[in-house]
Design a protein. Structure first.
Length: 288
């Protein structure tokens, strides 16, 4: 009986905190889902009213994140404010329940890849390392973020080494970490990393997002190999990727899954995409 009353008091306290901090004028405004007012309470305040039910409260706020992220066409419609809300709520969830693995994994993949928030993701993941000390995927994601988004290869190697020492880590990690201490890595490495992440999540939305990135990287690897073959055969680089088709090295230029176009950059000799791995709308503008 006492526990039931205590739980009701906790729920009431949380409701008061949430209600008292929103503007009443905003609550009744009819606005599209992605533009509605969202308030994230201070972790210290919620900890005080949650008492022994912190994991339950964390689940409640985590559900709000998954519902928002799962909205139709979220990636195309999401605003910086939406990503602010997701980031702050994930931070709140990991404060309330620091042993809850999924929010760390979500932050490590989604924030850098879809919101360009590399450093906030790293900060959240480093917190996860303090509590989930045997979970290899957390330092792995930190290493991948440093490697792929920040281009800080020594930092990447450091965290890959940490991940490689934990139970269940892939066998290739130690060799890869050593390699990154001497060179920048390549597209094959990036594909291998993303496949590891893809194979370790059951979240269908994340799998869809990762599959697009893997497809784009595989296309660039394929075109890069074709460019190298062209150089070897003709003694000079192609003017553009269409030259690869004209001489029969490839049948056609693959389609960028993000809606952009692949091209050969003469300045640095690399194959790139106009989308920069971000969804491109029909008007040609990149989505945030």
């Amino acid at each position: 009986m006492r526990r039931g009353i205590l739980l009701l008091l906790v729920i009431f306290g949380i409701a008061v905190v949430a209600f008292s901090t929103e503007k009443l004028s905003d609550i009744y405004k009819k606005r599209p889902p992605l533009e509605s007012v969202r308030y994230v309470p201070k972790p210290s305040l919620l900890k005080a009213v949650s008492l022994e039910y912190k994991p339950l409260v964390a689940d409640f706020f985590w559900m709000k994140v998954t519902l928002l992220y799962g909205e139709p066409n979220f990636r195309k419609k999401a605003t910086p404010e939406d990503w602010d809300y997701i980031q702050k709520t994930v931070e709140l969830v990991t404060e309330l329940d620091p042993y809850f693995f999924i929010p760390y994994y979500f932050a490590g993949i989604v924030l850098p890849m879809e919101a360009n928030r590399d450093q906030p993701a790293i900060k959240i993941l480093k917190k996860g390392m303090k509590y989930l000390k045997k979970e290899w995927r957390i330092p792995f994601l930190i290493g991948f973020t440093y490697y792929y988004y920040e281009h800080e290869y020594l930092e990447a190697a450091k965290y890959f080494e940490k991940a490689s020492k934990l139970p269940g880590a892939p066998e290739y990690l130690p060799k890869l970490a050593a390699r990154l201490r001497y060179e920048a890595g390549d597209i094959r490495d990036a594909i291998a990393f993303l496949l590891t992440i893809y194979n370790n999540t059951d979240n269908l939305e994340l799998k869809k997002s990762l599959a697009m990135r893997i497809k784009a990287l595989e296309d660039i690897l394929y075109l890069t190999q074709a460019v190298n073959l062209y150089k070897k055969r003709f003694g000079h680089p192609p003017k553009n990727l269409e030259d690869l088709v004209k001489v029969g090295i490839i049948r056609a230029i693959p389609r960028d899954p993000y809606g952009g176009h692949y091209y050969y950059d003469k300045k640095d000799g690399k194959v790139k995409t106009t989308s920069n791995f971000r969804p491109v709308a029909k008007n040609g503008k990149k989505q945030s």
